[in-house]
Design a protein around this ligand. Structure first.
Ligand code: TRP
Length: 367
């Protein structure tokens, strides 16, 4: 069975079906600054709600905010890097950047202590965001359990969350989330407050907010949008959101934090990258070299090729790899070598900045 909810993603994911089921829209015609980014150009970010409002703000040079969040569990891997790239993209476009560490959600959904969440968030997530280029001094990065030391801000945030609870029904929670507990209900309300609070007078004031997320998060957005329409105590601009695909796991299945052979972590060294790709990357190649040369490989199911569509930015180079592999001129081992080189270069670049980045992250949260 396949299932896509904020708490669990199971089975094969049919993105076209999700577009219909969730009522999200395909992302079409974007301005140049978006298409310059691989994730938009290659439709890794494939759907949206109300994106127009953000494009207008950018066109008219009006202020807008980007808000997203992370659940700090396990290792930070290349699947997580997709969201980090978007944070950095919007920061460079001039958005006010808000990032929530979902430690309260991890407590309810994963049974993880706040202390553990803090450690993982700083060592894995925030350190890598900084190494990848996020300027944390120019963004509002906070933990759900501790919004701000400024009581005016903090009160405003938790007040909003409390009032939102009056504008959603138990049945709506059940319909949207499937399985539901008081803790998960609270996580949904907290995420709605995360997404909306930038618009409070104590923060930025009313403005469009773009929420880039994995498509599994759309249920949270649907609920938050309904609450936004109903709540009279506040005047919010309706939320905008975009949805990105999941990077496939090395073995062709799901990339999962509980299976280290399904991902490459940003802390994996060159030797580990090489070993994992050579040993575990699902191949679309043929059984023997002769057969491969004769019939060619299948790049569309080959994970090394699929990963290159996220990391090789040169369209011509990528097309050449695709054509050569399909024609049988490029062997599986050679394709893997191209991926290994690309990953080692990209991740190695981040790693050279990690020590400094971790210091910055620790200072930010006074560790
Ligand atoms: N639920 C998100 C996740 O599991 C994390 C999150 C918390 C979030 N608050 C958010 C995402 C606000 C987007 C916007 O990864």
């Amino acid at each position: 069975m396949n299932q896509v909810t904020p708490w669990e993603v199971k089975g094969d994911i049919d993105y076209d079906k999700l577009i219909k089921e969730f009522g999200i829209k395909e992302l079409k015609e974007l301005p140049k600054e978006f298409n310059d980014n691989v994730l938009f150009r290659r439709k890794k970010i494939f759907a949206h709600r109300d994106m127009q409002r953000i494009l207008e703000a950018i066109r008219d040079k009006k202020p807008f905010a980007m808000m997203t969040g992370l659940m700090p569990t396990g290792k930070f891997h290349i699947g997580h890097a997709i969201l980090a790239q978007q944070m950095i993209f919007y920061q460079k476009l001039g958005a006010k950047v808000y990032i929530a560490v979902a430690d309260v959600e991890a407590y309810h959904a994963r049974g993880q202590s706040l202390e553990e969440s803090k450690k993982i968030a700083i060592e894995e997530y925030i350190t890598n965001y900084i190494a990848m280029g996020l300027d944390v001094k120019k963004c509002e990065l906070y933990f759900q359990s501790n919004r701000s030391n400024d009581s005016k801000k903090s009160n405003a945030f938790y007040r909003l969350q409390n009032l939102l609870a009056g504008h959603v029904t138990f049945n709506e929670f059940k319909a949207v989330y499937g399985e539901i507990t008081p803790g998960k209900m609270l996580s949904g309300l907290m995420q709605a407050a995360d997404m909306l609070h930038a618009q409070l007078p104590e923060f930025e004031g009313t403005m469009p907010v773009i929420v880039p997320v994995g498509v599994d998060q759309d249920p949270h957005l649907r609920l938050a949008r309904d609450m936004t329409k109903r709540i009279k105590a506040y005047k919010f601009v309706q939320l905008s959101s975009t949805y990105h695909v999941f990077v496939p796991g090395l073995n062709g299945g799901k990339m999962s934090a509980s299976d280290p052979n399904s991902y490459i972590a940003l802390t994996d060294d060159a030797k580990t990258i090489k070993k994992k790709v050579n040993k575990y990357a699902f191949s679309g190649g043929k059984e023997t070299v002769e057969e491969h040369r004769e019939k060619g490989g299948d790049p569309d199911i080959d994970v090394s090729y699929q990963w290159l569509t996220f990391f090789e930015e040169d369209d011509d180079k990528l097309k050449e790899i695709y054509d050569k592999y399909k024609a049988g001129d490029l062997l599986s081992g050679e394709l893997k070598a191209i991926l290994i080189e690309k990953l080692t270069e990209t991740i190695g670049g981040y790693q050279s900045k990690r020590t400094e980045a971790q210091k910055t992250a620790e200072k930010l949260f006074k560790i």
